[in-house]
Structure formats: C-alpha cells, structure tokens
Design a binder for this molecule. Structure first.
Ligand SMILES: O=C(C[C@@H]1CCCCN1)Cn1cnc2cc(Cl)c(F)cc2c1=O
Ligand SMILES: [Mg+2]
Ligand SMILES: [Mg+2]
Length: 567
C-alpha cells in the first residue's frame, strides 16, 4: 500500500490524557481515534493487526471444533430476566428501549443469548458436546475507562460457549481451550501466565485467567519459580501453619488512646509491632453486618469474603453505619463484648495471645484481649491477601508478585444458565437434564494493546512478525530524485508479490518519514536513498536498529533470509 494513499494520522505530541505506553503509541502511530471516553475507532494499521489476531484466534478455535457464529449485540431484557441477571447488574449494563418501549441490553457478554439459542436447537445428548464462538463488540459502561483499549466501554471480544452432557466432557473442552489459549498468546508473541482465578458473579467452579505480563496491568499475580503455580492475588490461597509458641495469657486492660485511629498509631503508642495489632472491620454482606479480625500487617481480601459467603454483595460498612452499629468510630473497633454481629477472623489471628484491639469506645482500646476468654470467633478462615515471599499454595516456594493484563479467561460454568433458562437435553435414558456449560473469553482489542505494552521502544511500536500490519516498509528518502523514486517504485512492485509492503512514497522530509516508520513499527525496512544511483539500498531491522547496505541484486535473498530470522 502506498502511504500517499493511506490513512495513518501519526502525531508528533502525545495528548496528555494518554495514560499508558500502549495508549500513547496507539495515538501517536495513528492507530486509534477516541470518539468518546472508552470508545474508539480502529484506523487502518489497527484493523490490519486485529485481522491477524482474529485469524489466529479463529484457527485455534476451529482446531478444537469451535464453530463460529455471530450473535446480536442487542439483547432482549426478557432473556436477562429469565437468567435472573437483569436486576443484578447496575450502571455497567448499558440498557435501552426500542420504539415500542421494549427494553434491551447492549451485550456485555452472551450467556443468555447463546443458551436461548441452543436450548431451542439441541435436545439430545447425541448432539453434545458443541462449542460455539463469536468475535464481536461488547459493551460495558465502565465507571473509569482508561489505558486506551485496555479498559474501554466498547471492545472486541472472542467469546465461546460449550455445552455438555457430562462433567468429563466439559473437562475435556476446558483443557482444549486452555491449550488453545496458550497457543494463541504464544503465537501473538505475548509473555503470559495462566493463573488460578476467582469465578466471581457468574458462578461456576473452576476458572483460569490468562495474564499478559506488563507493569501497567491492573491485576497482580502471585507465582513461584519452583513450579508453574500462579494465581490471581484475589484468589491466591494462604497456607496457614499454627504457630506453636504463645505468650502467657495476661489480664484484660482498657487504655485511653487519644488520637489513635490506625493500627500503626496503636502499635506506636503501645511500642508493639504492627503484626501484634488486630484490626477489626465491619463488612456488609448481603443485608447484614459482620466483623472481620485481621492482623495489622495484613489486608482483608474482599474477593475471598465474597467467595466464602457466596455473594457479590460485600462492601465495607460506611463510617455512619459503623457508628450506628458499634457506637464508636472505625479507629476504635474491637471484638470484646460484641454479641450483636458475628465475628470472623483470618486464620493467622489464632497465632496471637493478648491482642491489642479497639474497645468500641472512641479513643479507647484493650490490650491483652484473648480469644475464648474475652470474645469468640464464629469461624477462622483464609480471608486475607497473600504477602510476597509467603509459601505458595502448592508448597513450591515463596510467591513473587507481577502485574498482569487479563487478556483471556476460561470458566467452567456448570448449569447456572441452563437451569435458570431451562436449557435441557434428553440423556441416554430419555431423562431431561440441564446442559453443563463452559464459557471462554479473549479480549481481542485488549490483546492488541498488551502486545504493544510488551513490544515497543522509546521510538515506537515493534510488531512481532505474526501480527505485524505490514512485513516490509519501503521508504524513498527523496521521491523528487527520479533514480530514487523509480528504484523505490520497482522494489515496491517486486516485494509486494511475496510480502505485505507499506511504501512511503510521500513527499515529506526524510526525518518525518523515519519518525513515522519507527512509530508504526514494521519489522523490516528498505530505505532507497542517495546510493540508489550505485544500485545500493539500506536494509534496517526495526527491533535491533541494525542496518546494512545491500546491492539491489542481492536484496531479495537478503530480505528473505532476514525475514526468516524475525520473531
Ligand atoms: O463475561 C463474563 C464471563 C464470561 C467471560 C468470557 C466470555 C463469556 N462471559 C463475566 N462478566 C463480566 N462483566 C460483566 C459486565 C456486565 Cl455489565 C454484565 F451484565 C455481565 C458481565 C459478566 O457476566
Ligand atoms: Mg479480574
Ligand atoms: Mg475475569
């Protein structure tokens, strides 16, 4: 393609609202234009990359018997009422009414649609298993869209759904998808890790997220070098080993603690370590309040609390709620004398005797509070975030943390949707049973961004060969010079036979052309400049920056062999 006819509106400066490297580069390289917050147009370079990513996704889905369909983005509210999810999603679910006043959702995902489609068609176990997938825009009205395509309000997802007559059959597809996802992210040249994840609102038992490693990633993963163990920190289990030595139990003492609001301030006032302090938090679970006890140097893991109680409705109580229930401010809460609400505690609280806790009287605390004598705990469990360096759940060593961008997720859904939506099949005995489901998503536009996060330098993007918008960038330095222009034209015509070629034939200054070429990031470059008259051109590798002077009659061989070395 000749750049004089192309549409690549590169920018010199980066708009200051670009808040991640990939967001900056997508704008500078003229790949996206924002139309509204979290909503973008994909310009030609992006569209070419998306086509290649989607082609890889299709190949890997079809290789495991995935069948491509395309479902509507407009979803009748009735189906979400059948599944029970219409009331449970708030502002994030984009809703609208049609001219007849009928309610619709703009699809954030398609469990309801696919289940209603399949339940009408597949009635017999003989027709199962089946895996259907689509690649389509999704709509989620994110409260804070950011990082460009990494968290948008309209984005491209491959979403697949599988239907089974047995758990074993679901298992087999889950493994197929897991391997297919590994293939896809390997082929697009992403450094990634599959992590054990939390299945959250959509239920189901078993789920893995595929995390592309990148500083900007909003997820934290806990992994070990000792094995392939990796878990989203929301889910990473903390192994509790009871601590043998306990200090002698001392008598309870109430002390005045003016100005103490935090665990650290209490620790400082008492001259104790933070890990000897116990924080008491009031959490609203569904429509009741419970107290959680967590050691001072730990943090309550709200995802583990949700999973423990099996509900999404878990929120920290507000200051007003706390004063109403406890009669004291958040900084002075404790378990002693609390009998109106249940008390739960993280496992590691059991290691302590003589706890320092709030006295439920503003600016008063207890020291030497002891479990069993001064208060009771309804249940000890793993309610906290794991700390870096603590033993991994599989015992393979201390966990390390890394940031990740969630680019894919595979779920075992079970019968959550097939039961609520009566998607049954007749089994061998002719008995109607709910289909067992799996669902599997890849953020296609997010993957494009993740690749840029991992493949760039300070001059621009460096595309991996597998998804590069073009293979070769031919640049004529000064098209006003006939010799240069004619040679460049000839090379363009020659190489476009076997490669995708972008030809910068514009009458721009050389510096502008080289800046744009570095931004756009095509891996191989042929520069036709002043040596054209001697039949010499320059070949440049975008990634290493290496460049070679090559005779025109050796150019094809050189390019073919260099292309083979690209990753
Ligand atoms: O989408 C999934 C699960 C899988 C992911 C892979 C492809 C199939 N679905 C989870 N999820 C996430 N955000 C949502 C946002 C809104 Cl507003 C909603 F109404 C529903 C959902 C929702 O269900
Ligand atoms: Mg997540
Ligand atoms: Mg997820």
């Amino acid at each position: 393609m000749k750049q004089s006819k192309m549409f690549i509106p590169t920018l010199r400066e980066v708009p200051n609202d670009a808040d991640s490297k990939s967001h900056q580069l997508l704008l500078k390289a003229g790949m996206i234009k924002q139309i509204a917050s979290g909503i973008y147009s994909y310009l030609p370079i992006s569209k070419r990359v998306l086509n290649k990513i989607e082609a890889i996704v299709r190949e890997e889905m079809e290789a495991i018997d995935g069948i491509e369909i395309l479902m509507p983005a407009l979803q009748p509210a009735e189906l979400w009422q059948e599944s029970g999810r219409w009331p449970s999603y708030g502002a994030e679910l984009m809703r609208m009414t049609d001219r007849h006043g009928r309610e619709f959702a703009l699809g954030p995902t398609h469990e309801e649609i696919i289940t209603s489609l399949v339940r009408d068609e597949l009635k017999s176990y003989k027709k199962l298993p089946v895996t259907l997938f689509q690649i389509q825009n999704k709509f989620r009205d994110e409260k804070r869209p950011r990082f460009g395509l990494l968290r948008g309000r309209e984005f491209i997802m491959k979403d697949a759904y599988s239907f089974h007559a047995s758990e074993e059959s679901l298992d087999a597809t889950y493994q197929d998808m897991y391997r297919a996802y590994s293939n896809i992210f390997t082929r697009v040249n992403l450094k990634f890790r599959p992590v054990i994840a939390d299945s959250g609102a959509i239920g189901g038992s078993h789920t893995h997220e595929f995390m592309a490693l990148a500083e900007i990633g909003e997820d934290t993963i806990a992994y070990t070098d000792g094995s392939d163990y990796a878990a989203n920190i929301e889910k990473a289990e903390v192994i509790y080993k009871p601590n043998p030595e306990h200090t002698a139990v001392q008598s309870l003492e109430k002390i005045h603690t003016p100005g103490v609001k935090t665990a650290q301030q209490l620790a400082d006032l008492l001259g104790r370590r933070l890990d000897e302090i116990v924080k008491s938090m009031i959490v609203k679970v569904d429509d009741r309040y419970v107290m959680f006890l967590i050691r001072g140097h730990h943090e309550l893991n709200d995802i583990k609390v949700k999973s423990y109680f099996g509900t999404e409705f878990v929120e920290m109580a507000t200051e007003a709620e706390i004063e109403g229930i406890m009669g004291a401010k958040p900084g002075s809460l404790g378990p002693v004398g609390v009998d109106k609400i249940e008390i739960y505690a993280d496992n590691s609280v059991q290691d302590l005797n003589n706890l320092a806790v709030g006295a439920n009287e503003t600016e008063y605390h207890y020291i030497n509070a002891n479990i069993g004598r001064d208060f009771n705990v309804k249940e000890f469990d793993d309610f906290r975030f794991i700390l870096e360096g603590e033993q991994s759940a599989d015992g393979s060593g201390p966990v390390k943390f890394a940031e990740g961008i969630e680019v894919g997720q595979v779920f075992k859904l079970g019968t959550k949707y097939s039961e609520s939506m009566k998607a049954t099949f007749l089994d061998e005995q002719g008995k109607a049973r709910p289909m067992i489901m799996g669902c599997y998503g890849i953020g296609v536009s997010r993957t494009l961004s993740a690749v840029i996060e991992q493949h760039h330098d300070d001059r621009g993007i460096i595309w991996p060969k597998s998804i590069t918008p073009y293979d070769i960038h031919v640049i004529s330095v000064n098209p006003k010079q006939d010799v240069q222009r004619e040679l460049a034209d000839e090379l363009y015509e020659t190489f476009k036979q076997d490669y995708d070629v972008l030809y910068d034939d514009r009458s721009e200054r050389a510096g502008v052309k080289f800046n744009d070429a570095d931004l756009i990031g095509v891996p191989l470059r042929i520069v036709v400049g002043k040596n054209a008259a001697e039949g010499m051109v320059e070949v440049k590798l975008r990634k290493s920056g290496e460049s070679f002077d090559v005779k025109v009659d050796e150019l094809k061989a050189t390019i073919d062999s260099l292309y083979g070395t690209l990753d």
